[in-house]
Ligand binder design. Structure first.
Ligand SMILES: [Zn+2]
Ligand SMILES: [Zn+2]
Length: 727
């Protein structure tokens, strides 16, 4: 089965197999998406330059009055959608009007949910849990009756209903209410490859599209991307992807997914810049429609409206999303921490989150990375203060290793360098790439004359230089590790150097980081790292910040995301502590299909999810079988037996060649090699005497006898490959 999967995947996913014209089909279909600007607090609108926009720029009360007396958050917020539809599809708007006015509820109650009016005003909440298992229809009825204002209908349903009104169609059996589906294809029970599907009716949007890094047993694998079989099957529904921020675990798979399914990408300015460098690498810039979205703006993708909300995290321009869906608002925090004093001054938009909370949030999906940690994560600014202390009066050359993407950290290092009259040099390609993008887009402020080329650092006295580099996780190929091993081409570290490792080791990297620190100390450098000074703060919220998010948004349902199971579980406990009922908390796993509406929130199935491994240019061609072989070879080595068969007689002639690699050092194991030769010869005698001519029988006999002998003699189990050549 594994073999089958592997083959299927490799066929499906191998690079460049599909041509662009095929891939573009997704993009061509997308004509319903657009960006609108919805400034949070003033309800002003800057982006849409037509008359309806001006009407819309007035207060929300007026907008509300346009669509009847609904105090429904989605409809209020969705007033733009209505107007946009006017521009594009007037008939549909008329239909929508019909549906949004009292006629709709009458029609809806009488025809679609005939039982719901009977149930109105009855107390349903306590029954909902039992109703959940009773299936879609009853739960939908329960929901619509307990909160009529939440009733919504998607365009396809509307069409069907109006056809009914005009008498052309009578069958209403297909008009059952739909639920929103939330399907994480990655990012749960792991930290990495975040990608979540939001599906309603015929519309799908994606939130984030990240990679994770290979586990230790994934030998030779460069990256791990999510299995997108589900998306491929539902290609025609996909309206686009919205990206919360520019970290690899949120953007890394974008090129791989776009090669399979072209779709528009929406992200903030810096995130777009970072995605673009990836698209350039994969030659996808021209075929990809990418749109910059600012905080406060809302984009419309099919029936979804995705509102970008300013957030704070360890990378600039991070966004939370309010996803306005036909069943209610879903707030997705993306990765976040609460930083009241962020370096760029862009504080999280608490006002908007609270406003959404007041209007009614159906579900909150919130970052769980630090959910086991008490208290608050410190502000990024506190790191700057520690840097200042270290830099002031330091006579040594300073080398700081940090994450390339932490633009604010880099900015603080540069600020300290400027204040202490040091030049700054950059070592490491990823650091250079990110800094170039960030500087170009105005996210990094570097005074002229501060940056110097890495080749020129030796021209300055040690106390006049700062080198910023990568490798804070001990990665063997990154700048700091090579400096520590003395193999860096441009920088050699010694007694005149102070090294600051401005990062915490990510779980699993502790040993590598520790080795680098040891190497640096051995060659005489002074090293400051997380357990010596506060040279790093996390980018993720601790318990108290998670509580704040829960209390601001006041969600009906809570879905902890971004973390291993223990993190999700701890976050669920926090949610319970602030009053979210246990039954309203959904802990998901990758591939789970969560269906929800105002009275229902339950896992109803699953879709394929998993890992597609990237090795060099191959995507998905390395599967379980290949990995198992690689592990076998890595652990036990290989023995190859080359035999020659006489074509005429069908007999093995001569003595076979025995070749071994990674098993024993042949020159020091001549006796063993001779023994192996004898075992093979003996088996061949048997084969020849029995006149066995079938190649696979010969091979398996050789393998079996050799395997038994080697295991008995050495307790090792090398890979055995018999080869027969004919002469
Ligand atoms: Zn992040
Ligand atoms: Zn993340």
């Amino acid at each position: 089965m594994a073999e089958e999967n592997k083959n299927e995947k490799s066929k499906r996913r191998f690079f460049g197999r599909r041509n662009n014209s095929k891939n573009n089909s997704g993009a061509k279909k997308d004509n319903s998406s657009k960006v609108t600007n919805q400034s949070n607090n003033q309800n002003t609108n800057k982006a849409v330059n037509n008359q309806t926009k001006n009407q819309k720029a007035e207060s929300s009360i007026k907008v509300t009055s346009n669509i009847g007396k609904k105090n429904d958050t989605y409809l209020n917020k969705g007033s733009e959608a209505k107007k946009e539809v006017v521009k594009e599809k007037p008939t549909e708007d008329v239909l929508k009007n019909i549906m949004q006015n009292p006629i709709r509820s009458k029609f809806n109650n009488n025809k679609i949910n005939p039982t719901s009016s009977n149930k109105q005003n009855t107390k349903q909440q306590t029954k909902q849990n039992s109703a959940q298992s009773a299936g879609a229809k009853s739960a939908a009825n329960t929901q619509s009756s307990s909160k009529p204002a939440q009733e919504k209908i998607n365009p396809s349903q509307m069409k069907a209903i109006v056809e009914n009104k005009s008498g052309r169609a009578r069958d209403v059996s297909t008009l059952k209410r739909e639920r929103l589906k939330i399907i994480p294809l990655g990012g749960l029970e792991e930290v990495g490859k975040n990608i979540t599907v939001f599906e309603y009716g015929n519309d799908i949007i994606l939130v984030d599209c990240g990679v994770s890094f290979p586990e230790e047993d994934m030998l030779g694998v460069d990256l791990v991307t999510p299995d997108i079989t589900y998306l491929e099957k539902n290609k025609s529904k996909i309206k686009g992807m919205c990206i919360t921020h520019g970290h690899e675990d949120h953007i890394g798979s974008i090129p791989y997914v776009l090669k399979q399914i072209n779709m528009p990408v929406y992200a903030s300015r810096l995130t777009c810049g970072l995605i673009k460098t990836k698209l350039e690498e994969h030659k996808l810039v021209r075929s990809t429609k990418m749109t910059e979205v600012r905080a406060g703006e809302t984009i419309t993708l099919g029936c979804f409206k995705v509102e970008f909300i300013q957030s704070t995290h360890s990378i600039a321009d991070s966004m939370a999303f309010a996803i306005h869906t036909p069943v209610g608002v879903i707030v997705h925090t993306g990765d976040f921490k609460v930083d009241y004093t962020p370096i760029d001054g862009k504080v999280m938009d608490f006002t908007r989150l609270a406003e959404l909370g007041k209007q009614g949030v159906l579900a909150l999906m919130s970052d769980s990375t630090n959910s086991e940690r008490e208290g608050f994560t410190m502000s990024e600014k506190t790191v700057g203060k520690v840097f200042e202390k270290i830099f002031n009066g330091c006579q040594k050359r300073i080398i700081v290793a940090t994450f390339a993407s932490n633009v604010h950290r880099v900015q603080q290092i540069i600020n300290c360098a400027v204040e202490t009259d040091r030049k700054v040099s950059i070592a490491g390609r990823s650091m250079e790439n990110v800094m170039n993008v960030a500087r170009e887009l105005g996210y990094l402020d570097i005074p002229d004359g501060i940056l110097i080329d890495i080749d020129n650092v030796d021209a300055y006295p040690p106390n006049r230089v700062v080198i910023i580099t990568t490798g804070s996780q001990g990665e063997s190929m990154a700048g700091l590790s090579r400096m520590a091993q003395g193999s860096h081409k441009k920088v050699s570290i010694g007694r005149d150097d102070l090294v600051i490792i401005s990062a915490h080791p990510i779980p699993g990297n502790e040993k590598m980081v520790s080795d680098v620190i040891d190497d640096l100390i051995k060659i005489g450098a002074e090293v400051i790292y997380h357990s010596i000074a506060d040279v790093h703060v996390s980018g993720h919220a601790c318990k108290e910040e998670q509580k704040l998010m829960l209390c601001l948004t006041k969600p009906k349902y809570f879905i902890p995301v971004h973390g291993e199971y223990k993190h999700l579980k701890a976050h669920a406990e926090t949610a319970k502590a602030v009053g979210v009922p246990e039954d309203n908390i959904a802990i998901l796993h990758n591939g789970a299909v969560l269906e929800l509406d105002n009275g229902f929130c339950k896992i109803t199935g699953s879709v394929p999810s998993g890992e597609v491994l990237v090795d060099g240019l191959g995507v998905g061609d390395v599967g379980n079988i290949v990995l198992r072989d690689r592990q076998h070879l890595a652990e036990e080595g290989i023995i190859i037996v080359v035999m020659v068969m006489d074509k005429k007689t069908g007999k093995i002639v001569g003595s076979p060649d025995i070749i071994s690699r990674g098993f024993v050092y042949v020159r020091e194991s001549e006796d063993l090699m001779e023994e192996i030769q004898k075992v093979v010869n003996k088996e061949l005698e048997k084969i020849n005497s029995k006149e066995t001519k079938d190649w696979s029988t010969i091979k398996s006999n050789i393998k079996d006898s050799l395997h038994d002998y080697l295991f008995q003699k050495t307790k090792r189990n090398p890979m055995l490959i018999p080869i027969i050549t004919e002469i």
